[in-house]
Design a protein around this ligand. Structure first.
Ligand code: GPP
Ligand code: IPE
Length: 293
């Protein structure tokens, strides 16, 4: 990782991690609910989606402060999805981000409700995010499409339905476009909307985000086999345990690594089309491909 990216990531993380608990604290809500929401938000995580959003603003020469609340809203949706994904009804995982999962600490009912509250609060935040009503409407539309039935929730359902089945790579990538990719895409597009970027740049960033989502997921699948549980903060081997189709299970480990290089090249070439300073996004893309956590 270059020092420029290292510095930008750590500064962005600091800002996001200061803002998230502040936003939850300001809610007039039961303390136990706020505690369980903050628990998962503060459990760590790479904060890739917020960093993507802030990188886009920086690339368009805009202050990152413009995107902090939107970045927190997206991180809240991501965190809700992980809380629910870990529930016994879904992946039934005990460890997330190196700590016991939300339902292990607060019980299933509170974990479901903490996820619901994070999802709902993210829209409450977006509703007052800009003084320009057209930007609020665009952000709401993008976020709800990416998070809902047409996006992440739909992808999660297809993922569950794909368990114990022989998926083709095309079917697998369709699942990942929605389960993982759509939230990455909306992070980039939201940054572009807030920066006032052109429709053309928004479309090019969307294209890049789709490739980045696949790249991210291939690496996640590889780390589930080759990673170190302590470093990645979650158990290894859980995909095989849940009989999930993954890149290595379909293509073998060498094939999965070739596919990673293929999507890395596509992601980097689609980025060239965006009329902005791309340096941070180029480095972030390489980080996503070669990270060890
Ligand atoms: C609506 C919901 C619940 C969406 C969940 C979306 C999601 C990306 C889950 C994690 O995927 P994973 O199970 O492949 O990753 P991990 O290994 O981190 O659990
Ligand atoms: C999309 C997937 C594979 C779920 C995990 O996402 P991240 O790997 O971004 O999780 P955190 O760093 O936020 O914990």
């Amino acid at each position: 990782m270059t020092t420029e990216l290292q510095f930008f990531m750590s500064e962005s993380k600091k800002k996001i991690e200061a803002k998230l608990p502040e936003l939850i604290d300001s809610l007039l809500a039961p303390e136990s609910l706020k505690k369980s929401m903050i628990y998962s938000l503060e459990a760590g995580g790479k904060r890739i989606r917020p960093v993507l959003l802030l990188s886009v603003l920086k690339g368009f020469n805009q202050p990152v402060e413009k995107g902090l609340e939107m970045a927190c809203a997206i991180e809240m949706i991501h965190t809700y999805s992980l809380i629910h994904d870990d529930l016994p009804a879904m992946d039934d995982d005990d460890v997330r981000r190196g700590k016991p999962t939300n339902h292990k600490v607060f019980g299933e009912a509170q974990a479901i409700l903490a996820g619901d509250a994070l999802l709902t609060y993210s829209y409450q935040l977006v509703s007052t995010i800009s003084e320009e009503p057209s930007k609020v409407v665009s952000l709401m539309t993008e976020l709800s499409r990416a998070a809902g039935a047409e996006g992440m929730v739909g992808g999660q359902v297809s993922d569950m339905e794909g368990e114990n089945k022989d998926l083709s790579v095309e079917e697998l990538e369709q699942i990942h476009h929605h389960k993982t990719g759509d939230l990455m895409v909306v992070s980039l597009v939201a940054g572009a909307i807030l920066a006032g970027a052109s429709e053309r740049d928004q479309a090019n960033l969307r294209h890049f985000g789709r490739e980045l989502g696949l790249l991210f997921q291939i690496k996640d699948d590889i780390l589930d086999i080759e990673g170190d549980a302590e470093t990645i903060g979650k158990p290894v081997g859980s995909d095989a345990g849940n009989n999930k189709g993954t890149y290595p299970s379909i293509l073998g480990m060498d094939g999965a690594k070739q596919r990673l290089e293929h999507h890395l090249a596509l992601a980097l070439s689609s980025l060239k089309e965006v009329d902005m300073d791309q340096s941070l996004l180029i480095e972030l893309t390489k980080y996503v491909a070669y990270r060890n956590h």
